[in-house]
Design a protein around this ligand. Structure first.
Ligand code: HEM
Length: 500
């Protein structure tokens, strides 16, 4: 019996060795992807990417940049995926191609049931259609008064710091503002994070752990499921600040449950439906997609997608303006002159017309590249071509916005903050198509108009009213070192300023 089992073990081991060699030969020489350039180790095993993502903590993007330097504009970055660095190529994102998202990559969000994480193109269309009308430019314009209330709160807090020499952490302030705006806009409920004296510093610190945890989940699975199953007392034991994040998301879930339950028993038309009501009433969404648990996932996604992105863009843009005081001064003068002429503070649509402010916003979006992820897509219908290369059907292909934003041929001195590059209208028109912070194609950002409104109104409020100086903040405190889909700097200090 013992003999038989050791024979079986030997046979199993032999089988594993032969299978491994077979897979290696296939990946290196036989698959259609074998003819694409790239490091052999990356072609051989997905553990190469796992190592850079998990052990080196979100550093695969640097590795990919190195691959492009060595192998050219198209590289094989894993046994399964190609990456392209070519600002003029849009093939993987063409709306008419009806491409899928790469399910494995988007596992990091922990929900393939919300539109953002939905892999299948057609299913995504249905889910997104039920949300689209809620995020139009007109809808955002009507939100102007509420947006003013939230930016005024920030302004009042900052007034209190004037002349004290006490540093204000604007990174936390901006993230709190973005959270309040997202929840007020989507659910008509502000969590008033902007009202907490330290701008919810520990909440913001704890919530920023999730992108890194999500990266581990992408590679190993289960991790986010374990987190969601954790009882509150255990979360409190591991990280007390995590409890406030847990309570926040639980409140969003219970708010959604309440709306869904009430919707089942009431026929009454609401005067002011929020996004949950709108999805419930959408004729496009099938009944199974109106289940409370799924709508709660959508709700969570709106907050997740709308906060770190906007918070980071505001932080990076403000940093660069303060590091270049003459640019901050020029911005201030432009806004103040426009206010004087209008005899009142400008509304969002009017702010958009200001040449320098609009250039600052564009340059801020470019230089911050607030989505660091490489946005892979899969064409399951036909092979696509990149120059002489034919990319087989079903191959994940990705491109990284930061590479386009940092391309020195398009944007000379790309890491220098130069709103001036957008001032000439024809030059702006030429360059604008390379500024793609909101993604491309059918999966492009749903909250783009809300994001623009936040950026314009917050920057205008800040720079017309306050004279600020950087406080113990260096460029490195804001620059992307890690890619956890959101860009992360090495330090956790954030943007700190003193207000004159
Ligand atoms: C400066 C701020 C923002 C930036 C740079 C940004 C960027 C992006 C990008 C690049 C994507 C596509 C991601 C992908 O292809 O996987 C995206 C998707 C999305 N964004 Fe934003 N975003 C911002 C603000 C917002 C806001 C304020 C909201 C709403 C509150 C929002 C909601 C969403 C949603 C729901 C999606 C998923 C769309 C879909 O798949 O149908 N975003 N965003």
């Amino acid at each position: 019996m013992a003999m038989a089992s050791s024979f079986q073990i030997t046979l199993t081991l032999l089988g594993i060795i032969v299978a491994t060699i077979g897979v290696a030969i296939y990946r290196l020489f036989l698959t259609p992807l074998a003819r694409f350039p790239g490091p052999k180790l990356a072609a051989l095993t997905g553990w190469y990417e796992t190592y850079f993502d998990c052990i080196k903590k979100g550093r695969y993007w640097v590795e990919i940049e190195e691959m492009h330097k060595k192998y050219g504009p198209i590289v094989r970055i894993s046994p399964w995926e190609l990456h392209v660095d070519d600002a003029d190529w849009n093939e993987p994102y063409k709306i008419s191609s009806r491409v899928d998202k790469y399910h494995w990559y988007y596992k990091f969000v922990g929900s393939s049931a919300a539109a953002f994480g939905t892999a299948d193109h057609d299913l995504h269309r249905v889910r997104r259609k039920a949300q689209q009308g809620y995020f139009t430019q007109d809808a955002v314009a009507q939100f102007d008064p509420q947006l003013r209330v939230i930016t005024s709160k920030l302004s009042s807090w900052l007034e209190g710091f004037k002349g004290t020499g006490q540093p204000v952490n604007l990174s936390n302030a901006f993230r709190s503002l973005a959270t309040d705006v997202a929840t007020e806009y989507c659910f008509h409920k502000s969590y008033n994070l902007i009202d907490s004296p330290d701008f919810a510093a520990s909440f913001q610190r704890a919530i920023r752990d999730f992108p890194q945890i999500g990266t581990w989940h992408r590679h190993f699975g289960l991790i986010l499921d374990v987190f969601s199953a954790m009882p509150r007392w255990l979360v409190a034991l591991i990280d007390p600040a995590g409890v406030s994040v847990l309570d926040f998301f639980n409140d969003i879930v219970s708010g959604t449950n309440t709306i869904v339950a009430a919707h089942k028993t009431s026929e009454a038309q609401l005067d002011n439906p929020n996004i949950i009501h709108r999805m419930l009433e959408s004729p496009d969404l099938p009944a199974k997609d109106k289940a409370a648990w799924r709508l709660a996932l959508e709700a969570r996604t709106f907050v997740g997608a709308g906060t770190e992105t906007t918070g980071n863009t505001l932080s990076v843009t403000t940093y660069h303006l303060l590091a270049n005081p003459e640019k901050a001064e020029r911005l201030k003068k432009e806004i103040q002159a426009a206010n004087r002429e209008a005899k009142r503070p400008l509304r969002y649509q009017e702010l958009q017309q200001l040449p320098y402010l609009s250039s600052v916003v564009l340059e801020g979006l470019r230089i911050s590249s607030s989505v660091a992820g490489r946005l892979p897509r899969i064409n399951t219908r036909e092979a696509i071509k990149y120059k002489d290369h034919v990319i087989p059907v079903g191959t994940p292909v990705s491109m990284t916005q930061k590479m386009i934003h940092d391309n020195p041929t398009i944007f000379p001195s790309p890491r220098t903050f130069m709103p001036e590059r957008f001032l000439d209208p024809s030059e702006r028109k030429r360059l604008e198509r390379y500024v793609q912070p909101f993604g491309r194609g059918s999966r492009a950002c749903l909250g783009i108009h809300l994001a623009y409104a936040e950026l314009y109104c917050t920057l205008a409020m800040l720079f017309q009213s306050f004279d600020m100086n950087l406080f113990d903040t260096e460029r490195e405190d804001l620059e992307q070192i890690r890619d956890f889909f959101s860009p992360f700097p090495e330090s956790v200090k954030g943007l700190r300023v003193a207000i004159e």
